[in-house]
Design a binder for this molecule. Structure first.
Ligand code: AMP
Length: 254
C-alpha cells in the first residue's frame, strides 16, 4: 500500500493539484479522528474518481465553545494509516493562518436553515462550516465532494451553497455508518465511558421507533439524557442529545 502525499501548505496543495489536472478528483473534508464513517466516504470517492484527496483540519471558526475545540480528538498516526488503507492519494493538512489569511474577516452567511437545529444551539457554527468548506473546495477543485448524512443539516446547507455560488462541484451525500447497536459513529463517541456508549444506542432506537417527537423526548429524558433538540422537519427527524457533557447528533428519514 502506498502512503498518501501530505500537503501542509496552500502552495504545496496548488502545485500538487496542477500535477493531476487531467484526472477526476474526489474530495473528503474532515476534522480527522477518522473512523469507519469517514472510511466509507473515502471508499466511495476511490470507486468514483481517479484521485482522492482527504483534508484534515480542525476548524476553529465552527466551534462556539473553546472547551469543545480543545477536547476534539487528534489522532494523526491512525488517520494516516486509515488514509493509506483506503488508497487516499493526498492528505491536505493546512494551518489556521494558511486557511484564514484574512483572520476570518470574510465569511459565508446563510440566512435561513442555518439558524435552526445545530445553528440555534451553536451560534456561528454553520458560518464557520460553510466558510471553510468553500475555501477547501476552491483549493482542492474537486469534481465531487463526499459528505455524510450523519450531519444532514450540514450536508443540506453545503448543497445549497454550491448551487447559490455556482461552484463547479457535485456534493454527494453518503449514508450514516453505525455501530451494530445503531449508535452513529462519531469522533465524539471516544469521549463517552463504556456505559455511556452502551446507553447511547437508545438515541437511534428511539428516534426511529417513537410515534412522534413528544414520545421520543419522554423516552430519552426518562433514560437520563438531556435533549438539546428533537424535531421533525420535512420528513426527517433530527436530534441532538447530551450524554454527560458530550453532545451527540443523529437524524433519520421518517
Ligand atoms: P467530521 O467527523 O466532522 O470530521 O466529518 C467529516 C465528514 O464525515 C462529514 O461529511 C461527516 O458527515 C462524515 N461523517 C461523520 N460521521 C459519519 C458517519 N457515522 N457515517 C457517515 N459519514 C460520517
Amino acid at each position: 500500500m502506498k502512503s498518501p502525499v501530505v500537503l501542509k501548505t496552500i502552495a504545496e496543495m496548488i502545485q500538487w493539484r496542477r500535477s493531476v489536472v487531467d484526472q477526476s478528483v474526489g474530495f473528503v473534508p474532515t476534522m480527522g479522528a477518522l473512523h469507519e464513517g469517514h472510511a466509507s466516504l473515502l471508499k466511495k470517492s476511490g470507486d468514483e474518481n481517479d484521485i482522492t484527496v482527504l483534508s484534515i483540519f480542525v476548524n476553529p471558526t465552527q466551534f462556539n465553545q473553546t472547551q469543545d475545540l480543545a477536547k476534539y480528538p487528534r489522532t494523526w498516526d491512525e488517520d494516516i494509516r486509515c488514509a493509506t488503507a483506503e488508497g487516499v492519494d493526498a492528505v491536505f493538512y493546512p494551518s489556521f493562518t494558511d486557511m484564514y489569511p484574512d483572520n476570518y474577516i470574510f465569511s459565508v452567511h446563510e440566512n435561513d436553515f442555518s439558524h435552526l437545529l445545530c445553528g440555534a444551539s451553536r451560534p456561528g457554527h454553520f458560518q464557520g462550516v460553510l466558510t471553510i468548506v468553500l475555501k477547501l473546495i476552491n483549493l482542492v477543485q474537486p469534481q465531487k465532494v463526499y459528505m455524510g448524512e450523519k450531519d444532514y443539516q450540514q450536508l443540506h446547507l453545503i448543497k445549497k451553497m454550491v448551487q447559490a455560488l455556482f461552484l463547479p462541484t457535485q456534493i454527494i451525500g453518503c449514508p450514516t455508518i453505525r455501530n451494530a447497536d445503531g449508535l452513529a459513529l462519531s469522533s465524539r463517541n471516544t469521549r463517552l465511558s463504556d456505559d455511556e456508549r452502551d446507553r447511547s444506542s437508545l438515541i437511534y432506537k428511539t428516534i426511529t421507533t417513537a410515534a412522534n417527537t413528544t414520545e421520543a423526548k419522554t423516552i430519552l429524558e426518562k433514560a437520563g439524557f438531556k435533549i438539546d433538540y428533537l424535531v421533525d422537519i420535512e420528513n426527517r427527524r433530527y436530534a441532538a442529545v447530551y450524554v454527560g457533557d458530550v453532545r451527540l447528533i443523529d437524524n433519520v428519514p421518517l
